[in-house]
Design a binder for this molecule. Structure first.
Ligand code: ANZ
Ligand code: ZN
Length: 808
């Protein structure tokens, strides 16, 4: 009989077994507590490499482990199938995005299957199919009815080469991520979700997400960007206009020596003087070419142009010049500032360059800052002066204290083909009319020339555009934009709770059973947008009474990337390790063990072929440990006192139970790498025990423990050994092994004995030895007595559980 470990001979068998026995298909009811684990919705890219696989392997370990812990686990999978990457790849390959996407879904399923990754497949959702995007459109309509979806003219990122609007995340360093062209701005009518209405709640509720990585919470806080300050309005000299501006430092009003408007500010055209008009217009045109990020950089050379107008600073009574400059953004605050060169770095650089007055208003080296050169505010602290200015402004009806956010409303319309059509029609009589819910989905037509030209591709499809008005029955035309894919992925975790519901996006009772997601796992690149949008939509559903929770993800884990040759794995770099090749050469379990062992999962790690071989050798050793073994019960049979076991048995049991404790803690804390190394130590212990011809009963018991601990990590080999060595049912249906504290406790600890600070002996002493006994044993040591040579110690210091130092 061939007894060597050959993964190819066992893995496909168990993959089919898990599928046929529907082991991870979560039925409806159960008395078990629920555990909802979810790996972020992937874009079906097709071929997976081991860098992608890290995420899915981690998710699989969690699902299998939580199942063994006794939870009813839901572990679904689906496809974030709409969107630009799919559309661009389809254009490049000359295929229809739908055909390409659905084919890729098939490829990815095969690869998951090959890696032994199990999902609740009956719950699969695919965002580009009408049974899903019908409900994405429904979500849009709910927001629309609540005034949370609206249309307005807005400057969008525009790629002049690709002739398309780009999302912010598709603009990298001011350039189109696809073709590298400089991105400009173009005014277009765009749909928005009013996420800013939820800014404060999105901020406040971050406090409760205390098991999220702190850096993700920080990124979200910064993205929301709450600022407290004042909004003031100052009169333009010689007109009835006022300029409104936001400041976080109302205390510095006496230092405001000029004012700056964003070049796009609506008052610019109105206030510009005839003499300054040519220079102002040239500057405005130039500004359109710079990105917000460039414009805000503090080290950027400050530029600007005098508008030819002035405002009165009501505090100093002086008329001060108005400039336009690109370091003031049109979309933040009111798009205007009072410039205080004595307080703000950028204003200082600008004042220096253009020879404007600089008045220091906060005494240097005072903490908190004390106001100077500020009339009635002199001598006040910054905080007191702020309150005073806000009160004065209110008295004179000049302004008030206010809070603003950096967060902008979410631009959700795309002038591209591969997305869910926006369910709105335009009627000459009735205007903008939402498509009635019972007429959803608005189906995305298949036959469309989807190459980007700058105009929405759907506009070229007359059969799609022409429709009748749901209100008056007259001729009407459909909105030709499609929804941002981030809308699809902002609610999919609700759909998994009730994926086949044809009457509603989900049954609130089923959502209440499963939500929130207990463990969400994915890439840190989604730390801001996807997570923020999902939180927002969950809060909207909560306010509608459809969700029982107002935060979707209880716990979040973000895994690091896998590099090869020091750089991120990617096809274009030619450094990918494809999943297929890995499995064919070494087997899925070896791949999984190595992926988990490669380092702390939250950090980037370097792939090494040698490391894979190490993992293969480890599983070979595991395999050989079960030669001729019939498994015992993993339960410790701890009715027996540990002291009743012979020393070798006691030692092996102790190792097994400390390993249970370590692996249990490590998996719970995502320390998969140390969980694997703990099982490696147990394997060494078992080999030593067997070589020393220990008894078979204890060995059989520990052999069962090892398999159970490895079951989530290396599911095939453990299932095979479980079945062929006398285990019952699937190993993955067994309870997680229980750790027995009495067996795990080390009976002795090493005690170091020093004489005058130098180590002279090492004793084995009972755990919990008291100080007097420790001192006595140290003094009784033969080696120590040789050093003492009859002298009486001056001092005997005991460091509990560690050492005794004898000073002579
Ligand atoms: C006067 C002042 C004096 C300011 C001072 C700062 C320091 P945060 O904290 O980011 O909210 N500001 C306001 N609107 C702006 C815009 N659209 N573009 C660029 N800058 C803008 O920053 C608020 C501060 O940024 C505001 O307070 C304003 O400058 C500037 F010693 O007003 B401050
Ligand atoms: Zn109508």
């Amino acid at each position: 009989m061939d007894t060597s470990y050959r993964p190819a001979g066992i893995e496909p068998k168990w993959q089919r077994f898990w599928q046929d026995s529907q082991l991870y298909y979560t039925g409806a009811g159960s008395d078990k507590p629920k555990f909802y684990t979810l790996v972020m919705f992937p874009y079906p890219s097709g071929d997976l490499h081991v860098g992608h696989m890290r995420n899915y392997v981690i998710g699989d370990v969690i699902a299998r482990y939580q199942t063994m812990l006794g939870y009813q686990v839901m572990n679904p999978m689906g496809w974030d199938a709409f969107g630009l990457p799919a559309e661009n790849a389809a254009i490049k390959e000359g295929r229809h995005p739908q055909d390409r996407t659905l084919a890729n879904v098939g490829r990815m399923k095969e690869q998951f299957f090959k890696m032994g990754i199990v999902y609740d497949w009956p719950r699969e959702v695919t965002s580009c199919l009408p049974d899903y995007y019908r409900w994405t459109q429904w979500m849009f309509l709910q927001l629309y009815q609540r005034g949370l979806a609206y249309k307005k003219l807005a400057a969008a990122n525009w790629c002049p080469t690709d002739q398309t609007v780009l999302a912010n995340e598709q603009v990298v360093d001011g350039r189109c991520e696809r073709c590298g062209s400089l991105v400009t701005r173009k005014d277009l009518n765009q749909w928005f979700f009013r996420i800013t209405a939820y800014a404060q709640r999105l901020l406040d509720d971050l406090d409760g997400l205390d098991t999220w990585p702190e850096r993700v919470r920080v990124m979200q806080r910064n993205w929301i960007g709450r600022s407290e300050g004042a909004e003031l309005a100052w009169p333009v000299v010689g007109t009835a206009d006022t300029v409104r501006f936001f400041t976080t430092r109302p205390d510095t009003v006496y230092g405001a020596t000029f004012m700056v408007l964003a070049p796009e500010h609506p008052l610019v055209a109105q206030l510009v003087s005839a003499a300054q008009r040519p220079a102002v217009e040239a500057y405005v045109a130039q500004t359109r070419r710079a990105s917000d990020i460039e414009r805000l950089a503090t080290d950027r050379e400050k530029t600007g142009v005098f508008l030819g107008a002035q405002v009165t600073n009501p505090f100093t009574g002086q008329d001060i010049p108005i400039y336009i400059a690109d370091y003031v953004l049109a979309t933040y605050g009111t798009g205007a500032i009072m410039a205080v060169p004595g307080g703000d770095e950028r204003d200082y650089a600008f004042a220096q360059k253009y020879g404007l007055a600089i008045i220091p208003v906060v005494a240097p080296d005072t903490d908190p800052g004390t106001l100077i050169n500020s009339g009635p505010l002199d001598g006040l602290s910054s905080a007191a002066a702020q309150a005073r200015v806000i009160a004065m402004a209110a008295e004179q009806a000049m302004g008030q204290g206010t809070v603003i956010y950096r967060l902008r409303d979410w631009l959700i319309s795309r002038q591209r083909y591969w997305g869910a059509p926006i369910p709105i029609v335009y009627c000459a009589h009735c205007g903008e009319v939402p498509v009635p819910e019972d007429q959803l989905p608005v189906v995305l037509p298949y036959d469309v020339d989807f190459r980007p030209t700058g105009e929405s591709p759907l506009a070229r499809n007359a059969a799609f555009v022409q429709t009748t008005c749901p209100q008056c029955g007259g001729p009407a035309s459909r909105d030709v934009d499609t929804l941002d894919t981030f809308v699809d992925s902002a609610w999919y975790f609700f759909r998994y709770c009730d994926p086949h519901n044809a009457a509603a996006p989900f049954d609130p009772a089923l959502a209440a059973r499963w939500m929130p997601v207990d463990q969400y796992t994915g890439g840190v690149e989604h730390a801001i947008l996807h997570l923020l949008y999902s939180r927002f939509l969950t809060k909207v559903l909560f306010d509608m009474g459809l969700s029982s929770v107002d935060e979707p993800f209880r716990r979040l884990f973000t895994q690091g990337m896998i590099n090869k040759g020091g750089i991120k794995m990617s096809k274009s770099k030619g450094n990918v390790v494809p999943v297929d090749g890995l499995v064919d050469q070494y087997g899925a379990d070896t791949g999984r063990v190595f992926i988990l062992f490669i380092g702390p999962p939250e950090l980037d790690a370097e792939w090494s072929d040698k490391g894979v071989e190490g993992a293969a050798r480890f599983l070979n050793r595991v395999w050989r440990l079960y030669d001729g073994v019939t498994l015992g019960a993993a339960g410790s049979g701890a009715a027996r006192d540990p002291a009743d076991y012979p020393p070798a048995d006691r030692q092996l049991l102790r190792l097994a139970h400390t390993t249970i404790r370590r692996v249990t803690d490590d998996i719970a804390r995502f320390h998969f790498n140390t969980a694997v190394s703990a099982t490696m130590e147990l394997v060494n212990g078992m080999i030593a025990y067997r070589d020393g011809q220990g008894g078979t009963a204890i060995y059989a018991q520990v052999a069962a423990i090892l398999l159970l601990l490895l079951a989530p990590i290396a599911p095939h080999i453990t299932e095979e050994l479980w079945h062929t060595r006398g285990g019952r049912d699937s190993i993955h249906q067994q309870p997680w092994p229980r750790y027995d504290a009495a067996l795990a406790a080390a009976e002795t600890i090493p005690l170091v004995v020093q004489v005058n600070g130098k180590m002279r002996d090492r004793l084995a002493v009972p755990v919990g030895i008291d100080a007097a006994a420790a001192r006595a044993q140290a003094l009784a040591s033969d080696k120590v007595r040789a050093y003492l040579a009859g002298k009486t110690p001056r001092q005997v210091i005991y460091v509990p559980g560690k050492l005794v130092n004898i000073v002579v």
